[in-house]
Design a protein around this ligand. Structure first.
Ligand code: SIN
Length: 478
């Protein structure tokens, strides 16, 4: 399948990388091997860090405008290779091709955005408290950075970190998920074709995720680590990074509530819920995790929801009519099955009749009679399973929605201005979707509070994550 890519560059790349003795990359839809890749070694990573350190010094000396030009070229190449990259994403990650194309555009948008933001890393002049002084600040790059990126968005989570790092004048070493290294390799190849030095932006591929995580979070030459993944692993990386007092950006797990009030536009809410819940087969950290619906509209809402859901097709992402691809591994499927079984044992009831599917495919599941105390409500599901909880009062639903250690994204649908204000302010989350189920964009700050993370990606805030503020006090003036 990889031989069928249109781009000669990418075909040659994968021919050269194919290594029989290496680790396999599996297509989750067919469970067939796509390629075997040679694993990076700890010696490789050591050499890459050293090379990055040298390259970063030179890169930081370039004008912001020059760095911007390199990023623009990278953006153009990513857009030109949209179809091939989308196919690679679907092959190794499983999402429907139409979503993969969306991810290519979304991922490229960060490169374009930060090519522009590169020119806006302003310092400031501060009114001095004494006449013989002039005070100012300048922004400087953090230095060599590391990124550990997940399998669910194998392209966008790389560009969301690498583009601001490069724009700020930093270098970066990326460790993509061992489940989806091909997209990362293609994206790197295009960066290097755009003229971004290989030593400045490099990649390590390995199944030894924990060992590489230790190196990237402890090596003193690395000044910052950015991670997208589970809260469990994020906490380990933060602990490890603390010994060298590295800067950290952590984009961790979520447990997004989706609230439907009795005054909501139910059709709009159903559309928003389906987009938010079933995108990427439920495998995004901002996916709806639990639905709260007001008792007076529950019956009507659920009828509309089930009606729409009946049209969702679960199939190989390469099929033109696929709406949901497979989940990433058999282990992920088994975990979801166990969560559903436990919820049923605790008293939940199935609202639809999901077919048992072979391989890694999972049909959407809707569970009713769910209580706030059940295990299914308290954990990140990361799959096409939707628990429904009925509520009566605003205070009650606000309390239930906030009753989690996570604080990434949340959603609610209402026509009431009063509720829009009360809930936008009262929900303890980093991102709020009001009458909207898809909120991600390169121009707005993405990130969580509580145990969902530290820092923001995208937007103007995304650059700050890779910049230090230096204060300069110019004294002795007359
Ligand atoms: C994620 O799931 O980590 C990212 C989702 C997004 O950017 O929308």
């Amino acid at each position: 399948m990889l031989q069928k890519l249109q781009s000669e560059t990418l075909k040659v790349l994968f021919e050269n990388l194919s290594y029989n003795g290496g680790f396999p990359v599996i297509n989750p839809a067919t469970e067939q091997e796509l390629i075997r890749l040679k694993t990076s070694t700890l010696e490789d990573i050591d050499a890459q860090i050293e090379a990055c350190k040298r390259a970063q010094v030179e890169w930081a000396k370039l004008s912001a405008k020059s760095r911007s030009v390199f990023l623009k070229k990278w953006f153009q190449l990513l857009v030109e290779h949209t179809e091939d990259i989308a196919i690679i994403i679907t092959l190794e990650q499983g999402k429907p091709l139409v979503e993969s194309r969306g991810e290519v555009a979304y991922g490229a948008s960060f490169v374009e955005w930060f090519s522009e933001e590169a020119k806006r890393a302003y310092g400031e002049v501060i009114p001095a408290p004494a006449a013989d002084r002039r005070l100012s600040t300048i922004k400087q790059p953090v230095g060599v950075c590391a990124a550990i990126t997940p399998w669910n968005f194998p392209k966008a989570m790389i560009t969301r970190k690498a583009a601001p790092a490069l724009a700020a004048g930093c270098g970066m070493i990326i460790k993509p998920s061992e489940l989806t290294p091909l997209t990362a390799l293609a994206v790197m190849e295009l960066a290097h074709q755009a003229g971004i030095p290989k030593d400045l932006l490099s990649i390590v591929v390995s199944e030894q995720a924990a060992e590489f995580g230790v190196v990237l979070s402890t090596d003193p030459r690395i000044k910052k680590i950015s991670f997208t993944g589970s809260t469990r692993v994020g906490k380990i990386l933060m602990k490890q990074a603390s010994d060298t007092v590295k800067a950290v950006s952590m984009e961790l797990g979520g447990n997004a509530p989706f609230i439907v009030f009795e005054d909501a536009d139910l059709d709009a809410a159903v559309n928003g819920l389906i987009a938010s819940k079933f995108r990427n087969a439920g495998q995004t950290c901002v996916c709806t995790n639990r639905l709260y619906v007001h008792k007076n509209v529950k019956e009507a809402f659920v009828a509309k929801l089930l009606n729409k859901m009946a049209k969702l097709k679960v199939a190989n992402g390469l099929a033109a009519d696929s709406n949901l691809g497979p989940v990433i591994t058999m282990a992920a499927k088994h975990r979801l099955e166990a969560v559903i079984d436990q919820a049923l044992q605790e008293g939940a009831k199935l609202l639809n009749q999901p077919k048992k599917r072979s391989g890694r495919f999972v049909e959407p599941v809707v569970l009713d009679h769910v209580e706030q105390s059940m295990a299914i409500v308290q954990q990140e599901l990361f799959g096409p399973v939707l628990p429904i909880i009925t509520f009566e009062h605003d205070e009650q639903v606000l309390m239930m929605a906030n009753d989690t250690e996570y604080g990434l994204a949340c959603y609610f649908y209402t026509d009431s201005l009063q509720r829009i204000v009360t809930f936008s302010e009262g929900l303890e989350y980093g991102m709020v979707g009001v009458n909207e189920g898809i909120i991600s964009t390169e121009v707005a700050p993405f990130g969580g509070i509580k145990e969902s993370g530290v820092g923001r990606e995208g937007a103007k805030q995304g650059m700050d994550e890779y910049l230090e503020t230096k204060y300069i006090c110019l004294g002795g003036l007359s």
